[in-house]
Design a protein around this ligand. Structure first.
Ligand SMILES: [Mg+2]
Length: 223
């Protein structure tokens, strides 16, 4: 792994059985988008984030954060500042709303297509390998079209788009990628089509999608 461009924090054990996961974008989905956030004092959880993570923890669903941090490539902040933001986020979430892993890349828009930068599925594929995830049964919520494109390219089952963060101005482009039966039209027409769902915020997330998984989450997370 290219350490200059990537950060990966594993907070859970690799699952012994392949299990579906919930992938969440960070800025504009879990926390308020503060435009190249680098000050831990500005980390604010968005409505519904804690509740969703608590529910996922209780039903045994690993939650993986996948985030583009182009502020690194733009020289606006460094990985140390990023880590301080991460620590504050984990503190605000607390132990009953734990994340299984966080994948981040510091590429700018000129990143190569196979880099970790979304819309590349590379961060999701790495998480799938490292945590033993069933990507074909996994879910994702993002505020940008590129989040959903990454999820579709990774072969996920369900993609939610929220209006928080950049969601409002990305919504028309997202809507244009959804077919008449709710299928997401990704770049790769041969890949199985994910179901795409328009949400207002995480408060709308259908908890029914997170059916109980075995074993219990206590066996999953590092304590
Ligand atoms: Mg975002």
């Amino acid at each position: 792994m290219d350490h200059a461009h990537h950060r990966r924090k594993l907070l859970a054990r690799r699952s012994t059985i392949p299990r579906p996961a919930l992938f969440l974008d960070r800025d504009g989905v879990v926390i308020k988008d503060c435009h190249h956030l680098s000050n831990p004092n500005q980390v604010t959880l968005l409505p519904g984030a804690r509740e969703l993570l608590r529910h996922a923890n209780a039903t045994g669903w690993p939650v993986v954060l996948i985030t583009n941090q182009s502020g690194i490539a733009r020289g606006l902040f460094d990985w140390n500042a990023y880590e301080l933001v991460t620590n504050r986020l984990l503190e605000l979430l607390g132990p009953d709303a734990a994340l299984a892993a966080i994948y981040a890349n510091g590429h700018g828009p000129d990143a190569p297509a196979n880099s970790w930068r979304k819309p590349s599925p590379a961060m999701l594929l790495a998480a799938g390998q490292e945590l033993n995830l069933d990507l074909s049964g996994s879910l994702l919520v993002g505020d940008r079209l590129s989040d959903l494109q990454a999820g579709a390219a990774a072969g996920l089952a369900w993609l939610g788009h929220v209006l928080s963060g950049h969601g409002q101005h990305e919504r028309p482009r997202v809507t244009a990628c959804i077919g008449p039966c709710g299928q997401f039209r990704g770049e790769n027409p041969s890949s199985r089509q994910a179901q795409a769902v328009l949400l207002e915020s995480l408060l709308d997330f259908p908890f029914g999608l997170l059916g109980p998984q075995a074993p219990h989450h206590d066996e999953l997370f590092y304590r």
